[in-house]
Design a binder for this molecule. Sequence first.
Ligand code: FES
Length: 166
Amino acid sequence: MGKDFDDLAAELQNQIYEETRAAYGEVAFQRWLKPLYMGKMDSPDGHARVTGSCGDTMEIFLKFEGGKVYEASFLTTGCGASAVCGSFAAELALGKTPEALFEITGETILDILGGLPDEERHCAVLAANTLRESCNDYMTRKGGDHANSGPVPDHDGQYAKGGGED
Ligand code: FES
């Protein structure tokens, strides 16, 4: 009886894994299984909390040394895709200057993942926006002249009028 239950549970889990892998692809699936860089950071140099139009909130924490990110982490209240995207946003931030961080967009993250289902593409935009805002926070605290530089796309990845998308 116990063995039957265990077998059924294992079968269900495998089915969920296979469906997730099929829907999101291998790269996202592996990161979904093991989301790296997840967690709160004490005393970050840059931090932002952004809520997307879906109502989910992401946070990104950054520490800089020598003008480059040496530690990054994220938290999300959102879906599995948001955890995957937040994880890659944190990973992409490592070793980057603020200028390079401002280059990271939702498309950058989607390219790494090989895309996401249409209804979850905005999760990548949320991650990129949160990363950008945490970098802005760092620049503002530092008193640099790059704070708020660069266009910030909205939750659907569109840029405000006057912003330069490239
Ligand atoms: Fe809200 Fe993914 S972050 S649905």
